[in-house]
Design a binder for this molecule. Sequence first.
Ligand code: AMP
Ligand code: MG
Length: 334
Amino acid sequence: MPTTPAARVYRPIPANLVRLSRVLAQGGLVAAPTETVYGLAADALNAKACASIFRAKGRPANDPLIVHIESLAQAATIAEFSPAAFAVAKAFWPGPLTLVLPKKPGVPAIVTSGLPSVAVRMPAHRLFRQLIRLSGRPLAAPSANPFGYVSPTTAEHVRAGLGKRIRHILDGGACKIGVESTILDLRDPLHPVLLRPGCISREALQAVLGKPVSIVKRQSPTAPQEAAPAPGMLERHYSPRTPVVLVRKVTPKLVDAIPADEAVLLLSKPSRPTAKNIFWLTPAGKLSQAAHRLFDRLRMLDDGSWKKIHAETIPGKSALAMAINDRLARAAAK
Ligand code: AMP
Ligand code: MG
């Protein structure tokens, strides 16, 4: 992997936004915050710039990128909008929803891994939107981390993972949501498919679409890519180096049985005093806070010298519960 001089971390002041948007317009890479996670952005219409995203991340070429736009007019230059796509875009953009739609000819093949479809999202983050507007380009951006590792939700996470492979990181503080966007496949508007659970629920999408949204099956790493309903849906993803095992419900008895050199990550703070190896996502079980902290906690535990991480899954069927459980299941996949 080629290395560049250590990355510089920029404060979000207007002069830096202008400077970084010039870097983007000239084909460079900039890591920047969105409301979901930090993205590694490049001009989506510049094939060479997009190729350097794949190189910096070590991302396989068959895992297509999400293109970020800041207006519906700009979105329409990238993708074909059916009435159904237009309706969900109107309802949920700007926000954590990515739409997979038939692509327009100008989108380079490298962005879509050669597919006739493209993934588009209008982010809600002020800084990321400014980069799109000032650079005057749609920005392709996957998460700003080495491929397969836990997604970054702070500038420091980006620096820790890519600090030697990229040069520009915009620091906008911690990402508000903390888990990646919901991905809705609307290539066939008659048969919408949920490709990835996120903060926007399947029920909310169904309500706007007026029809059921089916759920895609995750792909095992050994299955051929061609057989997959969507590319890049690897079962193992978002993975710490430390082995993760899922626990449906952590009982006091189970906690007592876990060795002191293995960590336990609970949803909420237990009422009784706990040992040094017990951690939680949120004091009072608030799911938005659990999602916001999930990747930071996984990274923190991964940086400790724990032999294993026992992660409690989130009860219930809410969008955030499903999104968190999806990321935990992928972190735990062999
Ligand atoms: P991320 O890993 O957050 O960059 O999300 C990108 C994911 O969106 C990919 O791994 C695919 O699952 C999905 N995706 C992106 N572009 C397309 C596309 N053109 N067709 C189908 N799925 C796509
Ligand atoms: Mg990904």
